[in-house]
Design a protein around this ligand. Structure first.
Ligand code: DON
Length: 530
């Protein structure tokens, strides 16, 4: 079973599984296919994380997060008066050193079974022969047209004739096909050295960016220990730093474990249950924003943060009837951001969860001339200035300050849930910037506490709190007026978002072994199996 945001990408994974490839092989094919058919977030110029539990119970976390170039510095996004500029978001200086290609190669080296070049075939075909533009591609490209048009190489690829390609048009990407072919032929060195790397370095020179040939050749993906914790007898596996996903979701779950969610007084989406979850989120995000960063650069009290005694002490500060306060703050994201997640399980039971991103939709908007791919704007995930919110409104501290070679803190939360009998039961993850962690918390809690079927759980409306700004945000139409007013009476600021939250791609493995795929109805996702 393969669940991703795009039917052609899911089909690429299925093709590999049918041929006898394992879930890791399929994940590699899906990652590259998404770079072609889902350019808003799928990527080879970005990064991400893979969490897996293999059939033999091996537990994996692979970090292919971008790194700050060697030329990066703490205050690089501040102007002469100390204000944060838009350089962390748009253009060449926003890009971190890409990690995706190295990540895929590292995964293949250890766990792949089919030849590497075979895994690139579906993506090369999709780039060379093209695919049909759907309304969502058009909407994404049309929405980003002014920013893409600032960069001639980006306009040449994504705005042929000056505008987004029409719905139904065949979209071919010959430059990208050549780049993918170089990767198929030479592995990661086809990207990090050779003509592709020369093109990236030349593009950086042209646009005043920082990434050099040296940064590219030094990049390495890193195997890390997954975050593992218990929740009501279940085991949750998720991503460790440099993602905050596993730690922060773990803290939220550990805190709410003090109450019987799903019991008679705490029904699903009752104001009382939402209140407790929100108070847990508020506390966990305060720690996230203060403590967490790249484990190779900062010391973090992970063990303490994830200890049940610490969670219990935080739970003890929650009044079940009254909101506590984070400090007032407000800032609206610049525009609809994008990331993407896919979940895969193969016949043998190897379970893989991958979340990958350019950060904002179309990343930095910069296509590397001659290569057909976009570079990320992941540098904005760093703290540009302590106390000043980033694009997701996250107010972060020194632990996540910019430094050469450092990985920026992420919220991505690819997750595998193991039931009390030791069986893999749920594979999940989502985009959504700072809301990723709270979305996946809700998917886990919907499953374990409230017994929602996977389809219902993925589609159910979601809410979010991230400490600052001090407000509950919920999806449009997602809470009824009586619930909203009950939360306000408890002292919460409550705000309805104009849009949707996330794009969850989940697989539930039923007790009889049947795999149920649930792609989020918020977008055009696709669950394919055989
Ligand atoms: O790594 C992170 O946390 C962010 N760069 C993810 C961005 C994202 O999810 C945007 N998607 N909607």
């Amino acid at each position: 079973m393969v669940v991703s945001t795009d039917s052609l990408a899911s089909a690429a994974g299925l093709e590999i599984l049918r041929e006898g490839g394992n879930a890791v092989d399929a994940a590699i094919a899906v990652q590259f296919a998404l770079a072609v058919v889902h350019p808003v977030a799928g990527n080879i110029g970005g990064g991400g994380f893979l969490v897996a539990r293999l059939a033999d119970d091996t537990r994996l976390a692979l970090d292919f997060r971008e790194r700050a170039p060697a030329g990066a510095s703490k205050d690089m996004y501040l102007d002469a008066s100390g204000n944060v500029t838009e350089d962390s978001w748009i253009g060449h200086r926003a890009a971190g050193v890409p990690g995706s290609v190295a990540g895929m190669e590292a995964a293949h080296d250890r766990y792949g079974t089919l030849p590497w070049s075979r895994l690139l075939e579906p993506s090369i075909r999709l780039a060379r022969d093209g695919f049909l533009i759907e309304s969502r591609h058009y909407a994404d490209l049309h929405g980003a047209r002014e920013r893409l048009a600032r960069f001639p190489a980006s306009a040449a690829v994504f705005l042929p004739g000056g505008s987004a390609p029409a719905i139904g048009a065949r979209f071919v990407q010959p430059d990208l096909a050549r780049t993918l072919q170089a990767i198929a032929d030479d592995g990661a060195s086809g990207f990090y050295s050779g003509w592709v790397a020369d093109s990236i370095a030349a593009e950086m020179k042209r646009g005043g960016g920082l990434i050099t040939r040296g940064d590219l050749s030094e990049y390495e993906a890193v195997w890390r220990e997954p975050i593992e914790f218990d929740y009501r007898g279940w085991k949750i596996l998720s991503m460790p730093p440099p993602s905050s996903g596993g730690v922060t979701m773990g803290q939220i779950l550990n805190i709410v474990e003090s109450w019987e969610l799903g019991g008679p007084d705490l029904a699903w989406h009752s104001p009382e249950a939402i209140h407790l979850a929100v108070e847990a989120m508020r506390r966990a995000y305060a720690d996230r924003n203060f403590y967490l960063g790249d484990p190779d650069h900062v010391e973090m009290p992970i063990e303490r943060l994830l200890s049940q005694s610490y969670a219990d002490s935080l739970a003890g500060t929650i009044d079940p009837k009254q909101a506590s306060r984070s400090e007032e703050f407000n800032r609206v994201p610049l525009e609809s951001p994008q990331t993407t997640h896919f979940s895969i399980i193969d016949e043998a039971g190897n379970a893989v969860a991958v979340t990958t991103t350019l950060n904002g939709g179309f990343g930095s908007y910069v296509v590397v001339r001659g290569t057909g791919f976009l570079l990320n704007n992941e540098m904005d995930d760093f703290t540009s200035k302590p106390g000043v919110p980033n694009a997701y409104g996250l107010v972060q501290g020194e632990a996540n300050a910019i430094a050469p070679g450092k990985r920026m803190l992420s919220a991505m939360t690819p997750t595998v849930v193991i039931n009390p009998e030791g069986r893999t039961e749920l594979i999940t993850g989502t985009p959504g910037g700072s809301t990723i962690i709270t979305s996946i918390f809700q998917i886990v809690s919907n499953h374990i506490d409230f017994g929602l079927p996977v389809r219902t759980s993925v589609d159910a409306p979601r809410f979010h709190h991230q400490n600052l700004p001090d407000e509950i945000r919920y999806e449009r139409g997602g809470l009824d007026p009586a619930t909203v007013s009950a939360l306000r009476q408890m002292g919460h600021e409550v705000r309805e978002r104009s849009g949707i939250s996330g794009d969850v791609e989940s697989i539930w493995i039923a007790p009889d072994g049947t795999r149920y795929g649930a792609a989020d109805r918020r977008r055009d996702g696709s669950a394919l199996g055989f």
